[in-house]
Design a protein around this ligand. Structure first.
Ligand code: HEM
Length: 451
């Protein structure tokens, strides 16, 4: 309550609405919530309290704060999802577990996301990128929509061998979109609301998974995908009591978790990158040189190979750069599970149960690490960075397990895009959607021509 937070620097704003209006208006502006944070940091320092979107909360920034919240002892904080997000994802989602249970679950469900695990999906991703781009010339392309379809088809295929076209794919996409838009909706579960539609779509998605799981178990269907390996290696047989194995509910909750955690993030990263390349011609030229070089050094075959995609140093820096400048996830929101001392010798404690946000945007603007923080300069990744200064994929026990997949999808797509096409935007509008994952409001419309 505001009373418990008395004495802490910061302001709770107006009764009920708190500081939500200034938060939301800064959120949708091109500079994002950085201006909200920056104004308050100037006034109160690196730790301040506020009241936004119905939550009394603390924002902290800086590497010391990240150390406490991200790399501290496991079980000190848990992810602070919205009520609707928790309900939609289900109680056994990786995002809702902490401590040893989190470690165990994470080991089981993220196994196929290792570099070696991804190798067998490379050809699918490569062909899909070529086929997607073949459809781009000669029409108005909404990059955000196209990137969304591409990343969803990739993950649908990896998880359950969904074909990129057909009735099953359409149903899967329709349900996923409804689930996704209910994730941070108002918490009213009555017919007609986004939350109610989300729960219904989640139930339909789970029925679809139930029937696939049952076909796989009784041998009517066999595929070399993520679901098959989970069923074979890690799922509980009836009556079995092995903590290291998953029940069917855990399996479904966590498949949905991978879909939700991996989709909007990769879609946004790919879209921002394409936008930034067009706005930074020198970087685009340098990137093209890397990719043309790869093409020219190929003897005979014209297809991108697994070893080539793992050797694109400039592309890797450019991808990190776009995440660094354009912050896909702005803050990490946690609930504190044990009382912790606030950093920077402030003398205050954060009490058990409080909500704390790590402001990642300000960390990425730290002039001591990034002297010209808004400049699109991939050479900033030439030398190793100071620990905890780039948190685009988080760090510590909860560091993003999808980092290799995201980088693979982006590198393959960008390779084919810059080798074969040029593009220009149809509108100049830098506004962003007021959503959890930062995306361009106009979906970045472009026209494309073959080179
Ligand atoms: C560019 C794309 C992506 C970005 C920027 C991103 C970013 C992040 C960040 C910042 C976290 C929180 C880390 C922490 O708390 O320290 C996270 C967690 C997570 N990400 Fe990603 N992610 C991306 C792609 C993916 C993909 C493709 C997948 C999987 C298909 C994925 C699955 C997850 C999961 C399951 C978690 C939760 C991990 C846990 O709680 O242990 N992400 N991601």
């Amino acid at each position: 309550s505001p009373k418990a937070m008395e004495g802490l620097p910061g302001s709770m704003g107006w009764p009920i609405v708190g500081e939500s209006f200034s938060f939301l208006s800064d959120f949708s502006s091109p500079s994002g919530i950085y201006s909200f944070m920056n104004k308050r940091q100037q006034r109160y320092g690196k730790v301040f309290k506020t009241s936004v979107l119905g939550r009394f909360t603390i924002f902290m920034t800086g590497r010391e704060a990240s150390k406490i919240l991200l790399t501290g002892k496991d079980g000190m904080v848990s992810l602070n999802l919205f009520y609707t997000g928790k309900q939609v994802l289900g109680p056994t989602s990786l995002l809702q577990t902490t401590g040893d249970a989190h470690k165990r679950l994470r080991r089981l469900i993220t196994e196929p996301l290792s570099i070696e695990g991804l190798k067998k999906y490379f050809q699918f991703i490569n062909t899909l990128a070529v086929e997607t781009l073949d459809q781009w010339p000669g029409r108005r392309v909404l990059v955000l929509e196209e990137a969304s379809t591409f990343t969803l088809k990739v993950i649908g295929n990896m998880i359950m061998s969904l074909e990129p076209t057909g009735e099953e794919q359409e149903k899967f996409r329709a349900n996923f979109k409804v689930i996704s838009s209910s994730f941070a909706s108002l918490p009213f579960k009555i017919p007609g609301t986004a939350f109610h539609r989300g729960i219904k779509a989640r139930d339909r998605m789970y029925s679809m998974l139930d029937s696939i799981i049952s076909r796989r178990r009784n041998g009517k269907d066999y595929q070399l995908d993520f679901l098959q390996s989970l069923i074979k290696k890690h799922s509980k047989a009836e009556g079995e009591d092995d903590e290291d194995k998953l029940t069917d509910s855990q399996l479904k909750d966590n498949i949905l978790t991978l879909l939700v955690a991996g989709h909007d993030t990769t879609t946004a990263a790919l879209t921002w990158l394409i936008k930034f390349l067009e706005e930074n011609p020198a970087v685009l030229e340098h990137l093209k040189e890397e990719h043309k070089g790869i093409q020219e050094s190929r003897k005979g075959g014209s297809n991108l190979t697994w070893s080539e995609v793992n050797n694109m140093p400039y592309t890797s820096k450019v991808s990190s750069m776009s995440i660094n400048v354009y912050h896909i996830l702005l803050a990490e929101s946690s609930s504190v599970l044990v009382t912790l001392a606030l950093p920077y010798n402030s003398g205050y404690n954060i009490k058990k149960g409080w909500s704390v946000n790590l402001d990642v945007v300000s960390i990425h603007h730290d002039p001591e690490v990034f002297p010209d923080p808004t400049k699109f300069d991939p050479s900033r990744f030439d030398a190793p960075l100071k620990p905890l200064s780039f948190l685009g994929f988080g760090t510590g026990q909860r560091m993003c397990p999808g980092i290799n997949l995201a980088k693979l999808e982006i590198s393959v797509f960008i390779h084919h895009l810059v080798c074969r096409y040029k593009w220009r935007p149809l509108e100049k509008d830098d506004s962003v959607q007021p959503t959890l994952v930062r995306m361009p409001k106009n979906k970045y419309p472009i026209v494309v021509e073959p080179l």
